[in-house]
Design a protein around this ligand. Sequence first.
Ligand SMILES: NC(=O)c1ccc[n+]([C@@H]2O[C@H](COP(=O)([O-])OP(=O)(O)OC[C@H]3O[C@@H](n4cnc5c(N)ncnc54)[C@H](O)[C@@H]3O)[C@@H](O)[C@H]2O)c1
Length: 327
Amino acid sequence: MTTLITGGAGYIGSITTRAIRASGRAVVVLDTLENGHRKAVGDAPFVQADVADADAVRRTVEEHGVDEVVHFAAYKAVGESMANPGKYFANNVTGSQRLFETLRSCGVDRVVFSSTAAVYGTPARVPVRESDPTDCESVYAETKLMIEKTLGWYARTSTMRSVCLRYFNAAGASDDATLGEDWRFSENLVPHVMKAVLGHSPALKVFGNDYPTPDGTGVRDYIHVEDLASAHIAALDHLASGGASVTCNVGTGQGTSVLEIIAATERISGRKVPHQIVARRAGDVSEVWADSSLVRDLFGWEPRRHLDDIISSAYAWHSGRPGGHRG
Ligand SMILES: NC(=O)c1ccc[n+]([C@@H]2O[C@H](COP(=O)([O-])OP(=O)(O)OC[C@H]3O[C@@H](n4cnc5c(N)ncnc54)[C@H](O)[C@@H]3O)[C@@H](O)[C@H]2O)c1
């Protein structure tokens, strides 16, 4: 069994690639390296190409005997997607659509896709369930929902089956702290906290402390990237054993506030996180966390790591790299 991993030189993709190999599958990674790092792929077979390049994808599938795909490759910056929507529709939507057509023409019909909790927008209730309405508030989220729907239509019209995983906030580094997030390419909270605690940025801005949450700061569901990686293996196993297409939340089911992340970082690092409270940021919701019972019931998947594992792995990873990145 060979798994094609698009975007496998990126943050979540590189850690998942390692986990998939450790689970006994052969892999081949395909990535443009625009936002990824060759080093993060290690000695896994690698092809530098765009998912939209049908010839390169077809060659890769044939040469490596690909049976299944995990599709991470995408742009992910919400702010940039609002400033430059065309870039996101072209890469995320058109690129994915070309990839699916190529896979279909090669007879590869099992896809695990990286979606996002951002498709829910401002949820009417927490925890959020998959059956709750979607209401994208960014071009980025819309591109992910469009790809989910595209896969839904392939499932209805062809033999292609897929699992769309709606990630909540991916965070932390690999358990051995040798793979992690590149803070130059990230808008996420944990890398910003790490930059601040390691003295690589001025004070961290905390956007709003007047939300209707226990400490007034925004609450999110932080899922350790290694747990996220294991959810992909469970999704691949589900499809390989004939399971039907499905869309699942992947979170811990627990909310953590910005101040709780700062407090955990200070406790684990023994250093202060310089921060200042500033006004709320437009478009930020007060609290979101997942109902992950579907992925638990269907795949038997459970998150095994906790907030301290996220912070300690991220701290070990970032403090070992003065530039904060892999390159
Ligand atoms: N990081 C998160 O919290 C989060 C949350 C929800 C969903 N996601 C999704 O998970 C996936 C992986 O996220 P990440 O944080 O690892 O991002 P990342 O930017 O680190 O990785 C994406 C990788 O895809 C590659 N890539 C982009 N466009 C490509 C193309 N057309 N062809 C080939 N390679 C291409 C990039 O070079 C990069 O290595 C993305 O689809 C992202 O939208 C991430």
